[in-house]
Design a protein around this ligand. Sequence first.
Ligand code: DQA
Length: 144
Amino acid sequence: MKVAVIHGPNLRLLGKREPEVYGSDTLDDVNASLRSLATELGAELETFQSNHEGELLDFIEAAAQRVDGFLINPGAFTHTSVALRDALTGVDRPFVECHLSNTAGRERFRRHSYLAPVASGVVYGFGVQSYLLGLRGLLARLSG
Ligand code: DQA
C-alpha cells in the first residue's frame, strides 16, 4: 500500500506558526511520526508540501499514477479551493482530510470545507494525532 501525504500552504512553518493553535512540532517531526506509523502498518509513504495551489494539483495528478490514496491537510485551501476538490475527485483515489486544529470551533470561514463532502473521512482537532489517525483511517479504507 502506498500513500502520499500532502501538506498545503503555510504548513512548512509548523513549530513557529501560532504554536498555541498548531502545536510545537515541525513539519519534519510530523513527517517522521507518519513515516514511523506507516512502517509499523506496512505502508509506503511519500510526502509533499507546497504553498501553491497549481503545484498541489500537478502533484495530485502525477502521484495518482503511483499511490493508492492521499492524506491531505489542505491548509487554507480547504475553505477556498474548488480546484483542489476537483483534482482529488478527478484522480479517483480515496483521500482523507486532516487538520491540526479544531476548525469547527474557530472562525466561521474555517467551518466550511470544499473537500470534506468527497473525502473518505475527516479528522480534526487532535494536533499531530489528526494526521496519524487519518493515516490509520485511510489504510483501513484501502485494505477494507
Ligand atoms: C489547518 C486549518 C486551516 O483553517 C488553516 O488555514 C491552516 C491549518 C489545520 O491544520 O488546522 O493552514 O488546516
